[in-house]
Design a protein around this ligand. Structure first.
Ligand code: NDP
Length: 418
């Protein structure tokens, strides 16, 4: 048998050393953030006041809760879907099918939760278990990544992701070898991308809100805003679930530790940092400022949704009346690039809207601490890196047409700034 062909894609994230460092650094950062959010000084950049005892990290109950949550979301994924969508064409010219029932999973989870709360479920207790839960979720992510790596060794070469097939096991374990790992028709990456992590994030937020109400008699306005904004974001992602099929994560990245940890651990436990901070550091928020923050979130959402929907509609059906009048640049691949509408303002208008929303989620936490702005800072770094990766891929894919697009739309994310 011929040896498997290695991918020639340039290594990212600093190669194997960078990947190994990130696999240690990300869980350590997570523990630091969880400890800092509940400490009195809440310093982002100073070491936490005390390291947790090993007993504070490990709890079999937390592991059972994590696995139970995953099991529930798998069961909801397997329910009949209102629609089955086709993914983009793969290397072997085939297309995979994906159930579109993420929003249904959100509604059913909310109903089950409502029933549980009515029956006396102490959801607020989750707020005291974040550390062992995050540890259990991290263990789960490691085990899932190991199983995925072993599974990928048996995969057909055409099923491997362009980036995660370098031949270096550490790097490939981190980036993910197989593009769309599946067990029969159950798509592991697609499931993890939107369900357990995003729904886990709003569940943790709600537990923190309930804990605050228990401690102080009612939830604060700041906590309600953070919960509301982030619920809207998660609901929107699940409502437009099909749009994930054209994102970089699904189309380009393999499913390895980076996405498993990101989806199952990083999103629910660090994206809820503002609510964690507010539980331990209540912030006064007047109505006029709250109204201003709501307006900022609405502006961010308007740009984010408008840009994402415009591109998705255009990619699905360029003659759709809502996009048919937009100016385009033809490319040698047969695809066209939008050069007017949102995509004529900057090259990543959707990132701009997302960053504005990230700012609106932090502002209810006041300006005395940097910690609740961690998401904003991290997210800007993530999107700058993502934007650079995407630019490179588009240049390779579209060549001269992409160069013309860059000339006509010179700014990447923020008009006249960047
Ligand atoms: P995009 O949705 O921006 O997709 C980039 C792709 O769009 C390109 O590869 C290209 O693909 C196509 N494209 C680029 N320019 C044009 C154009 N002018 N006309 C038509 N098509 C174009 O990338 P992401 O997957 O990074 O982001 C999706 C959303 O998810 C964003 O809103 C982002 O902010 C959000 N996000 C949120 C995260 C979070 O943790 N909250 C994390 C990551 C992303 P092609 O030509 O092949 O179609």
């Amino acid at each position: 048998m011929a040896p498997p062909q290695r991918s020639r894609v340039p290594l990212e994230f600093g190669g194997p050393l960078g990947a190994a460092a990130l696999m240690l650094l990300l869980p350590a950062t997570l523990v630091h953030l969880l400890l800092a959010a509940r400490s009195a000084p809440a310093h982002l950049l100073a070491p936490p006041p005390a390291l947790p005892a090993p007993g504070a990290l490990w709890s079999p109950w937390a592991l059972q809760l994590c696995l139970g949550w995953l099991g529930l979301q798998v069961a909801l994924y397997l329910l009949p879907a209102r629609k089955v969508a086709e993914g983009l064409q793969l290397k072997d010219k085939s297309r995979l099918l994906y159930p579109i029932n993420g929003f249904q999973a959100l509604v059913l989870t909310a109903l089950l939760l409502g029933l549980g709360l009515w029956a006396g479920l102490p959801l607020d207790a989750l707020a005291d278990m974040l550390l062992p839960l995050a540890f259990a979720a991290t263990l789960t992510a490691f085990v899932v990544s190991i199983l995925l790596f072993v599974k990928s060794l048996m995969a057909h070469p055409s099923a491997l992701a362009p980036g995660g097939n370098s031949g270096n096991p550490v790097y490939d374990f981190f980036l993910g070898r197989e593009l769309n790992p599946r067990i029969i028709s159950f798509d592991i990456k697609y499931f993890c991308e939107l369900r357990p992590g995003l729904l886990g994030w709003v569940l943790i937020n709600l537990a923190l809100l309930m804990q605050e109400a228990k401690l102080r008699g009612s939830p604060s306005l700041a906590m309600c805003l953070v919960n509301g904004f982030q619920l809207l974001y998660v609901g929107d992602a699940l409502w437009h679930e099909e749009a994930i099929l054209t994102t970089m994560d699904i189309m380009h990245d393999g499913f390895g530790f980076m996405l498993a940890f990101g989806n199952l651990v990083w999103v629910p436990f660090t994206y809820s940092l503002q609510a964690q901070f507010l539980l331990h550091h209540p912030q006064p928020l007047g109505l006029p400022l709250a109204a201003g923050i709501c307006l900022l979130n609405a502006v961010g959402y308007y740009i984010f949704r408008g840009a994402n929907s415009q591109k998705n509609t255009f990619r699905k059906n360029p003659s759709d009346p809502s996009v048919a009048g937009l100016e385009t640049i033809p490319t040698a691949t047969g695809q066209q690039l939008l050069v007017s509408g949102w995509w004529g303002v900057v090259r990543h208008p959707n990132y701009l809207g997302d960053i504005i929303m990230a700012l609106a989620w932090s502002l209810p936490c006041g300006v005395t601490h940097l910690l609740p702005y961690f998401y904003l800072l991290y997210f800007i770094a993530l999107l700058l890196h993502r934007e650079a990766r995407d630019e490179l891929q588009c240049l390779q894919k579209y060549g001269l047409a992409w160069q013309e697009y860059c000339q006509r739309v010179p700014y990447r994310i923020v008009p006249y700034v960047y």
